[in-house]
Design a protein around this ligand. Structure first.
Ligand SMILES: [Ca+2]
Length: 300
């Protein structure tokens, strides 16, 4: 076997091996993660007091407001009831299992001092705030890659009610909130010259979740370099017992508008955060002449 043959064909052999592993691993998938709960219109909620919607382990609890119909059609997106909070009060929505995203319709009854909807993660850190307007607006509340929504508050600041209707969500991590952090210490973003791949696989039978990446250029000697990702970028989800093949140029640099990345030699370090325990991975780069493969470094 001459050198050229070996260099040209070993990547294909490795890819075949990874494909075979992928086929073995992809056999079964049970994902509580990502289960979608269609909008509830509050039509069957009790008129007063704390109440819950949906069922365990995805119960959502509403406190601080009421749902009794006021007979005012503009206060409802559908039906004749909604979740309303009196002026000066704060309504709170709490998730038994943190949510991967939430959709709802929000309005103030009257214009003036706007009410404020605040989204918190499962550690009670603020993710975002939104002011209500005197007209229903549909809000889609993704928490950001790798984050989950633990609770939402609605502080009613106007002279009328602050109102939510048609509340739905997508379940986030059920049970464990373990995550894995992996580093690809050397990748190259100049896909005019080199192809770069990252393979992740998740051996867990139950733990699965979103894959997020941050991209750091590698500075030249005495130089500095700035992170390419303004915020952690989502690469989709990695289900239990499944694998993911990530193409650095197509899947990461394209969405960032940085393909091909040729600055300072195109060299990059990638940090992956996966919302699942004990994920492992490998990085590979190759052209017609050269290639390298190495396991991803486990940070957490
Ligand atoms: Ca309704």
């Amino acid at each position: 076997m001459n050198k050229t043959y070996r260099e040209n064909h070993q990547p294909n052999g490795l890819q075949f091996l990874l494909l075979a592993l992928f086929i073995v691993l992809i056999g079964s998938s049970t994902a509580a993660y990502g289960q979608q709960f269609p909008p509830d219109s509050f039509e069957t909620a009790p008129n007063f007091g704390t109440f819950t919607l949906f069922s365990s382990p995805n119960i959502v609890t509403f406190t601080g407001g009421f749902t009794q119909s006021q007979g005012i059609p503009s206060l409802y997106v559908t039906g004749v009831k909604s979740f309303m909070v009196d002026p000066g009060n704060t309504g709170t929505i709490t998730f038994q299992t943190p949510a991967a995203s939430v959709t709802l319709w929000l309005r103030d009854q009257f214009s003036g001092n706007p009410s404020v909807l605040t989204v918190f993660d499962q550690n009670s850190q603020v993710i975002s705030t939104t002011n209500a307007t005197a007209g229903f607006v549909r809000l889609v509340l993704p928490p950001g890659c790798g984050q989950f929504i633990g609770s939402i508050t609605l502080q009613s600041n106007g002279t009328g009610m602050a109102v939510i209707d048609d509340f739905g969500f997508t379940a986030g991590q059920a049970g464990s909130s373990e995550s894995t952090v992996l580093i690809a210490n050397f990748m190259n973003g100049n896909d005019d010259e080199l192809s770069s791949r990252v393979y992740l696989w998740n051996p867990s039978e139950s733990s699965g979740g979103e894959v997020c990446v941050r991209v750091f250029p590698m500075p030249l000697m005495n130089g500095t370099a700035q992170e390419l990702t303004p915020a952690s970028l989502s690469l989709g989800t990695l289900a239990p017992k499944s694998a993911l093949n990530i193409k650095v140029a197509e899947d990461i640099l394209d969405p960032l508008g940085r393909r091909p990345y040729k600055d300072i030699g195109g060299n990059l370090t990638l940090e992956f955060t996966i919302q699942a325990a004990d994920v492992v991975g490998a990085a590979q780069f190759f052209s017609s002449l050269a290639f390298g493969t190495y396991p991803l470094q486990v940070i957490q």
